[in-house]
Write a protein that binds this ligand. Structure first.
Ligand SMILES: [Zn+2]
Length: 237
């Protein structure tokens, strides 16, 4: 896999890179700032500038067979070894970083207050969706949970990101939501910790401080069958 610069520094908006593979619209680079979709976080979008000065839109980024594939808006006729420049649609990515970080805090608060686990999530620039399993569903109770998540956000805690050997990481309760989904070949886990609030094995992009997130606002609560519930939320501030 090309070097995933967003794992080291999620605030990096641009980078130079070399083309490793090019197949029509699909480009693999030796390093990239583009986050490939995953974990409920959509892929980044942005621009790719060829050495010849041609500009292409990066419309989708995905991970396939261990490679980060950048899909361009059109065939770029690039060749391996060619130098390019990458630039993110930064305002969009930054909103996703805030939303992703808010999702950690809300998910952790729902777990500690209601004992529920998030079974599905989808983050967007301006709203996010959580699916979870809960028998009785009380709007007032839920507003209280969101209130507590907002108190946690207003603490302004700083995130800590570090690596742990898999064996050691697995001793942290709840650190991996889908433990069995991790292939045995992964021996080191990237840990994202919001001190006192949440610890997760996680490959996404986050803000540095909860101060940057704003406040969570409930957009909609839905019943999706017997025990399946859904919440849509957005951020203000
Ligand atoms: Zn995360």
């Amino acid at each position: 896999m090309g070097e995933a610069l967003y794992l080291e520094d999620s605030y990096l908006q641009e980078c130079d890179a070399a083309v490793v593979e090019a197949r029509g619209k699909e480009i693999v680079l030796d390093r990239t700032v583009f986050y490939p979709r995953g974990g409920g976080q959509p892929s980044d979008t942005g621009r790719l500038l060829s050495g010849a000065g041609n500009e292409f839109r990066v419309v989708n980024v995905s991970k396939k067979d261990g490679k980060i594939i950048h899909e361009l808006d059109r065939d770029a006729s690039l060749s391996p070894g060619e130098r390019v420049k990458c630039a993110l649609d930064w305002p969009r990515r930054y909103k996703l970083m805030r939303m992703h970080t808010a999702a950690h805090v809300l998910g952790a608060t729902m777990y500690s207050e209601l004992g529920v686990l998030i079974t599905g999530n989808q983050l967007e620039e301006d709203k996010a969706r959580f699916d979870f399993s809960l028998g009785s569903f009380d709007r007032a109770k839920f507003e209280e949970v969101v209130g507590k998540a907002n108190v946690a956000l207003s603490s302004g805690a700083e995130l800590r990101i570090y690596s742990l050997p898999r064996e050691e990481a697995m001793k942290i309760p709840g650190v991996v939501k889908l433990a069995n989904a991790l292939p045995p070949s992964i021996t080191t886990l990237r840990i994202v910790e919001i001190p006192g609030i949440d610890v997760q094995a996680d490959g996404g992009t986050h803000v540095k401080s909860l101060r940057e997130v704003g406040r969570i606002e409930i957009l909609k609560l839905e019943n999706k069958g017997k025990d399946n519930r859904r919440i849509y939320f957005s951020l203000s501030g």
